[in-house]
Design a binder for this molecule. Structure first.
Ligand code: ADP
Ligand code: MG
Length: 332
């Protein structure tokens, strides 16, 4: 029994011509099979570059990428760039033939040698993406979200082992997006597909990923299970990516009754609760942002403003005086 890593990058660097900052710097990582790994980072942090290096669309200047122990060939070494066992889907659905039916967009990718198998596989993949009812529709008439489903179905048609997703849900409505995310999770569960996705949407990576990698200026600064990275990020950068948190310097923290030796403290919106029944109500409600089942409250004790999550919508009005209780904070 060998323990060859599934997909592994070792100290890879990719610098773009004319760029002083590397796209990716001496980065090492191991991707676990049959899981969803998400790469999160601010715009320009090197997410797409890293994904393209893993796929073989780019060659690293230094370091190696290996899939099941074999080096991945770069675009100069291969007729059709990209590893044969992988497929990539981005936001652009240009690969679709909009004049053809959804069914033909999938079937065209499968060999003609065995017609029955071809039909079976096309049906199967349309079912997996919940678009079998669209089979006879011309791709031109699909919504953005439906097109994205077809693009993913096309990527999966030939049974790749790895599906790479580069922010493919950006153009998709929130309501539609959640369904698609669930369906992809289901495919991973049912078929053992490995997914590597790039995103800057915290809700997406937190709900989808088994493993989360945080990229900053081309370097991995931390990684782990989404829940533990959310609860205990080692970097302020990570906290800021994963939640719309309050960051206070030492002096402002003190005004909130927190003395710290650290430079900054971070309070997530759900870690501070307003209470109306306290004698010292030294905060003023400045804004109430209704979110359906909860509200975001912006409260102020000049010059500090805090964003709080209030799970009892309607309880506070603009101008109300409140006291707050902070149940947890992080120090950086
Ligand atoms: P992300 O996907 O996280 O937004 P990218 O990997 O696209 O980041 O880009 C990382 C850095 O490399 C950025 O500073 C970007 O401007 C630069 N970069 C990306 N692609 C190219 C390219 N083809 N030529 C020159 N610079 C590039
Ligand atoms: Mg990108």
């Amino acid at each position: 029994m060998t323990d060859t890593p599934f997909l592994q990058a070792t100290a890879i660097t990719k610098t773009y011509p004319g760029e002083r900052v590397a796209g990716v710097k001496r980065t090492s990582l191991t991707i676990e099979p049959q899981k969803i790994t998400a790469i999160i980072g601010e715009s320009g942090s090197g997410k797409s570059t890293l994904l393209r290096l893993l796929y073989g669309l780019l060659s690293p200047d230094e370091g190696t990428v290996q899939f099941k122990g074999e080096r991945i060939w770069g675009p100069e070494e291969k007729l059709i760039p990209g590893h044969d066992a992988m497929k990539m889907v981005t936001q652009d659905t240009d690969g679709l033939n909009v004049y053809a039916k959804v069914w033909d967009n999938i079937a065209v990718l499968l060999p003609n040698t065995d017609v029955a198998t071809k039909e079976e596989r096309t049906t199967q993949v349309l079912k997996q993406l919940n678009i079998l009812h669209l089979a006879d529709k011309q791709a031109f008439f699909l919504s953005g979200g439906e097109k994205q489903r077809v693009a993913i179905a096309r990527a999966l048609a030939t049974r790749p082992e790895v599906l790479l997703l580069d922010e493919p849900f950006n153009q998709v409505d929130t309501s539609f997006r959640e369904g698609l995310q669930q369906d992809i999770r289901q495919v991973v569960h049912d078929t053992g597909l490995t997914v590597i996705m790039v995103s800057h949407d915290p809700a997406e990576v937190l709900s989808m990923a088994d493993e989360l990698i945080v990229l900053k200026e081309g370097e991995i600064i931390e990684s782990g299970h989404p829940k533990s990275l959310y609860q205990n990020p080692q970097n302020l950068y990570t906290a800021r990516l994963l939640t719309n948190c309050n960051v206070l310097n030492k002096e402002d923290a003190k005004k909130c009754g927190i003395s710290t030796g650290a430079g900054n403290i971070v309070i997530y919106p759900e870690w501070a609760t307003p209470t109306g029944s306290w004698t010292r109500k030294d905060w003023t409600v400045k804004q109430v942002l209704f979110k359906g089942s909860y509200e975001d409250l912006l409260i102020e004790k000049a010059p500090i403003t805090l964003r709080l999550l209030n799970d009892q919508p309607g309880k506070y009005q603009v101008g109300d005086k409140v006291h707050i209780k902070v149940s947890k904070y992080l120090e950086f």
